[in-house]
Design a binder for this molecule. Structure first.
Ligand code: C2O
Length: 566
C-alpha cells in the first residue's frame, strides 16, 4: 500500500457568476477542490495550510477513521479548528471501503465551496469490480452556488440561528450550466464527452448545503452499483435521487443514437432557490464524439416535490455480498434502542434568561432531536474524553434520551400545536447532547420525522461508522408492524441515511470505533441550528480496540490538554 500525499492550501478569492462577484473560500483555488484518489489500504496525508481568514477543519466524509477519531475534522468535537495562518496535517488510511466518498470543510456553510471527491479503488484493480469494468470513471459533483458571501451567512446564523438564505443556483462539477445566465450570456456547463458503446462510471456526490436532488439523463439509464463506498446490488433506473452527504456510483452506457443529451440535476426540496434565478435546476451535457451538432435532448423530470420518488429510490438499494467484497454481518441482536424525533422548536439564547411568553429576540428557532437542540461545546470533546479532563466529562454533557419526551402523532399536520407561526413550535432548550456506547454494542436507531419538518427529508449522517438501513416508510413508525418488515439479510450499508419526508427510517450499527463521533442532519442549516448529537464509543478491552494518543501536531485551544490519568 502507498502513501498518498496532498497539500490543501485554503484561501479566499473572488469568483464571478450571475454577473456578481462573490468572495469564496477554496482549496488550491478551485471548486470542486482536488480529488483524492487512492487504492484500498493506502495511507493518506493531507497538509492543510490555512491562508484564509476563517477557522477551518476538513472532514473526510464517510472515511471510517478506525481508531483515528483525531483526524475526523469536526471543530470543537474532535479538534480545535485550524486558525488563520496555522497548518495541520490529517493522516488516515482507507481500509475496508471501496467506491466514492468525499471531503468537506466542517465549518458552517463553507462546505458549499470547500469540498472534493475521495475515490477508493479496489486493491485488485478495476477488473475486480462486481460489475462490468467501465471505460472511464468521472466524478459528478452536484452542488449549490451562493451569490452571498457564505462567511456572512454563517455569522448571521450564529447570531440569530435563523435563516432565510437560499442558494442562487445549482451546479454540476462547479459549473452552473446554461439554464443560468449573466445578462443573457449563458453560464458554462459541464460537458461529458462519450463514445458510442462505451460505459462510464459516474461517481455522483451531493455536496449541496440545501437540497436533495433528482438526476436524469435524456435517453439513458443508470445502473446503480455502489453508495457511500459500499457496493449495492446493481439496480437499473432512469432517475437517481441523492441527498446532501450521499454518494451514488452509477454506470451509464452510451447506447443511445449518437447526439447530445442533457443531464439534469433538479433540487426537490422546499424552499426553492431564490426567485432571481429563472430555474432552479442545472444541467450538463452528454455529448457523443460521433455526433454532428443538433439540439440536445432534454429528459422529462419528475414533479419537483414528488417526495415519494426519494423513498422509492432509497428503498430499492440493497447490499451486495460477494466473496471478494466481504461485509460485516447485520446485527441480529440489539443492545441499545434509540427512537429519535427530528423537529424544530424555540429555545432561549445561550446566556440569556427568557420566560415562556418571551416574544423578544432571546427566543430563537432551533432544530432538535427528541426535542433538545445541540449546543456547541466551548472546548473540544475528544481530548476531554481521552484525558478525562475534570469538569468536561459527563457533567457538561446531557445524555440524549432514548425517546422523545412525549408520544405524539408525529406526522399528522393537523396535530401540530398550531397558533401564530412561532407558537407552532414547542419550547425547548439547548444542551451538548451525547450518548455513550460500550465498545461493540449493537445499536438500533429509528429516526422519525415530524409534521414541523414537512417538506424536508432529513439526511442523517453518522461519523466513524456505517449503518445498515433496515427499513423506511411514511407516517409514524409502528414498532409491532414495521419491525416485521426489517431487511436483516441484505440491507444497504450507508453513512448517510435519508429519513423520508413525514416518515421514518430504521438502522442498526455496531459501535466498534472508539472516539467521539458527530451524528447530525446533513442539511447545513439543520446542523447549524442544532439537529446534532455526539456518540461517544468507549474503549474496548485491548490496545487494538482503544483510541491511541493524539498526533503530535494536534492543534490546541481553550483548556490545556492533560496527560491521561493525571
Ligand atoms: Cu459530511 Cu459531519 O459531515
Amino acid at each position: 500500500s502507498a502513501i498518498v500525499e496532498h497539500t490543501f492550501v485554503v484561501s479566499q478569492m473572488n469568483m464571478t457568476h450571475l454577473c456578481k462577484e462573490t468572495p469564496v473560500t477554496v482549496v488550491n483555488g478551485q471548486i470542486p477542490g482536488p480529488s483524492i484518489e487512492v487504492t484500498e489500504g493506502d495511507s493518506v496525508t493531507v497538509h492543510v495550510v490555512n491562508k484564509s481568514p476563517h477557522n477551518i477543519t476538513i472532514h473526510w466524509h464517510g472515511v471510517k477513521q478506525r481508531r483515528n477519531c483525531w483526524s475526523d475534522g469536526v471543530p470543537m468535537v474532535t479538534q480545535c479548528p485550524i486558525q488563520p495562518n496555522q497548518n495541520f496535517t490529517y493522516r488516515f488510511s482507507v481500509a475496508g471501503q471501496v467506491g466514492t466518498l468525499w471531503w468537506h470543510a466542517h465549518v458552517s456553510c463553507l462546505r458549499a465551496t470547500l469540498h472534493g471527491a475521495i475515490i477508493i479503488r479496489p486493491r485488485l484493480g478495476a477488473s475486480s469490480y462486481p460489475f462490468p469494468k467501465p471505460d472511464r470513471e468521472i466524478p459528478f459533483i452536484i452542488g449549490d452556488w451562493w451569490a452571498m458571501d457564505l462567511s456572512v451567512v454563517a455569522r448571521r446564523m450564529e447570531k440569530d440561528n435563523f435563516f432565510d438564505y437560499f442558494p442562487s443556483a445549482s451546479t454540476i462539477n462547479g459549473k452552473l450550466g446554461d439554464l443560468f445566465n449573466c445578462s443573457g450570456v449563458p453560464e458554462d456547463g459541464f460537458v461529458l464527452g462519450v463514445e458510442a458503446g462505451k460505459s462510464y462510471l459516474l461517481r455522483i456526490i451531493n455536496t449541496a448545503l440545501f437540497s436533495e436532488y433528482f438526476l436524469k439523463i435524456a435517453g439513458h439509464k443508470f445502473t446503480v452499483v455502489a453508495s457511500d463506498a459500499n457496493y449495492v446490488r446493481p439496480y437499473t433506473t432512469d432517475l437517481v435521487v441523492i441527498a446532501p452527504g450521499e454518494t451514488i456510483d452509477a454506470l451509464v452506457v452510451a447506447d443511445a443514437p449518437p447526439g447530445k443529451y442533457y443531464m439534469v440535476a433538479m433540487p426537490n426540496q422546499a424552499p426553492l432557490p431564490d426567485t432571481q434565478t429563472p430555474e432552479p435546476s442545472t444541467r450538463a451535457t452528454m455529448q457523443y464524439s460521433s455526433s454532428n451538432g443538433g439540439k440536445p435532448v432534454a429528459p422529462v423530470m419528475p414533479d419537483q416535490h414528488d417526495v415519494v420518488r426519494s423513498l422509492y429510490f432509497h428503498s430499492n438499494l440493497s447490499s451486495l455480498r460477494h466473496p471478494r467484497h466481504p461485509l460485516p454481518p447485520v446485527p441480529q441482536q440489539v443492545d441499545q434502542h434509540l427512537f429519535i424525533t427530528l423537529g424544530l422548536g424555540m429555545a432561549c439564547r445561550q446566556g440569556f434568561k427568557c420566560n415562556r411568553d418571551d416574544k423578544n429576540d432571546n427566543m430563537i428557532l432551533v432544530a432538535t432531536m427528541n426535542n433538545i437542540s445541540f449546543q456547541k461545546p466551548t472546548a473540544p470533546l475528544l481530548p476531554a474524553h481521552y484525558y478525562h479532563v475534570a469538569g468536561s466529562n459527563r457533567g457538561d454533557l446531557l445524555e440524549l434520551p432514548d425517546r422523545p419526551p412525549r408520544v405524539f402523532n408525529f406526522t399528522d399536520p393537523s396535530l401540530i400545536p398550531i397558533g401564530p407561526k412561532e407558537k407552532a413550535l414547542e419550547t425547548t432548550y439547548m444542551a451538548t447532547l451525547a450518548r455513550w456506547f460500550r465498545y461493540g454494542s449493537a445499536v438500533e436507531m429509528v429516526f422519525q420525522s415530524t409534521s414541523i419538518m414537512q417538506g424536508d427529508s432529513n439526511p442523517m449522517h453518522l461519523h466513524g461508522h456505517d449503518m445498515f438501513v433496515l427499513a423506511q416508510g411514511v407516517g409514524n413508525f409502528d414498532a409491532a408492524k414495521d419491525r416485521a418488515r426489517y431487511n436483516l439479510v441484505d440491507p444497504p450499508l450507508k453513512n448517510t441515511v435519508v429519513v423520508p419526508n413525514l416518515g421514518w427510517v430504521a438502522i442498526r450499527f455496531v459501535a466498534d470505533n472508539p472516539g467521539v463521533w458527530y451524528m447530525h442532519c446533513h442539511y447545513e442549516f439543520h446542523l447549524a441550528m442544532g439537529m446534532t448529537a455526539v456518540f461517544i464509543v468507549e474503549d474496548g478491552p485491548t490496545v487494538n480496540t482503544s483510541l491511541p494518543a493524539p498526533p503530535v501536531d494536534y492543534p490546541s485551544c481553550g483548556r490545556p490538554n492533560r496527560k491521561k490519568g493525571s
